[in-house]
Design a protein around this ligand. Structure first.
Ligand code: KG4
Ligand code: ZN
Length: 341
């Protein structure tokens, strides 16, 4: 193990809000390691089982942190600050990472930094160069969020619009459930869409909700359509799975992009981006690039492993808060919801 110069600022970042146990090491504001252990067990159950998730975090937390430290070539006693997801998320999952990190900060006598998971997703654009200029329009699309966010800095931002019911990722996952695809269905729908016709089937998109979104109508439209078709042909889903996936993906993505485009027409911004799990969607990535070209704006798409849950984004925001001396205390608590988002 290399001995590290004491003048270096070394941050350990930890994420355990849902079903990914992740740790990342940052040295002097640069990422040095990023380790994720994703829990596969939930696929069998069609969704994340909270009790199982926290048990798995308990098994994973130490090996994941150990690996992040060794990849960064440092030891735990070299760390001089710890950042950890405080919420939102599953309470049992959050508690594993959070209490571990609070304990570590006490034991090592180093500052502890609270990180909001959703805010951290926005920070995923600021991990590697080049980073966006402000104001930056970032569309946060995940399993729990569909938020159009206008960022004026890494820590100052305004939510321009959001979903009034399901999130974009939930829309993918619920549509996938209707098609009997494994959970999470978003990546499967994305993969199957590559072999399907996106214009074969059309679903209802809500009108006049901008800047907000709603996915419940799309969901019902898909449900009724499948039900009606199955009355005529019980094998309808199996026989048309690729076209069904491509059409669903096309509907959701075009709906998302439409709201971004409307915002571009009304706002002075210097760049556009997507963040969160759904930002891994290949059609959304492609459409964002087109939108950037059309409006002559740089379009930012985070690396795949910065889109889904990760600790690199926790480290980026943690480093920012460390510089601003925004520390937490051991009396702070985790939260399952953040009413500000
Ligand atoms: O950000 P994330 O990893 O977890 C949180 O919700 O915080 O997002 C997970 C969501 C799931 O709904 C999953 O189906 C969706 O992201 N997702 C995708 C793709 N990859 C992940 N949705 C569409 N296309 C993808 N390629
Ligand atoms: Zn997330």
């Amino acid at each position: 193990m290399t001995t590290v110069n004491n003048h270096l600022n070394i941050l350990l970042a930890v994420e355990s809000s849902c079903d990914d146990t992740a740790a990342s090491v940052w040295i002097n504001g640069k990422i040095r390691s990023n380790v994720i252990s994703s829990q596969k067990i939930h696929a069998e159950y069609g969704g994340v089982v909270p009790e199982m998730a926290s048990r798995q975090h308990q098994s994973n937390i130490l090996p994941v942190i150990d690996q992040a430290l060794s990849k960064a070539d440092i030891s735990i006693t070299d760390v001089n600050a710890i950042a950890c997801t405080q919420g939102p998320g599953l309470m049992g999952s959050l508690l594993v990472g959070y209490t571990f990190c609070k304990g570590l900060s006490l034991a090592l006598d180093i500052p502890f930094i609270n990180i909001d998971h959703i805010h951290a997703h926005l920070a995923s654009h600021f991990i590697d160069e080049p980073t966006p200029e402000f104001p930056f329009l970032c569309f946060l699309v995940s399993g729990g969020h569909t938020h159009l966010v206008l960022m004026n800095s890494l820590t100052a931002f305004e939510i321009l619009g959001k979903t009034i019911d399901d999130a974009a990722g939930e829309a993918f996952d619920k549509a996938g459930k209707m098609l009997e695809l494994p959970y999470p269905a978003g990546p499967v729908i994305d993969a199957y869409s590559k072999s399907g016709d996106p214009k074969r089937f059309a679903y209802n998109i809500p009108k006049n909700l901008y800047p907000n979104y709603s996915f419940s109508g799309i969901k019902t439209s898909i449900l009724y359509f499948i039900r009606d078709q199955q009355k005529i042909n019980p094998n309808f889903v199996e026989e048309n799975i690729f076209d069904l996936c491509a059409s669903i993906q096309h509907t959701i993505v075009l709906y998302l992009i439409d709201g971004m485009e409307k915002t571009l027409k009304n706002t002075q911004i210097k760049g556009i981006g997507i963040a969160g799990g759904v930002a891994a969607n290949s059609l959304l990535r492609e459409k964002l690039m087109h939108l950037g070209l059309k409006y002559n704006l740089p379009a930012f798409i985070p690396k795949m492993n910065y889109c889904t849950d990760n600790a690199a984004m926790i480290g980026r925001l943690g480093y920012e808060k460390w510089q601003k001396q925004q520390f937490g205390t051991i009396y702070d608590k985790c939260y399952t919801r953040n009413e500000n988002f």
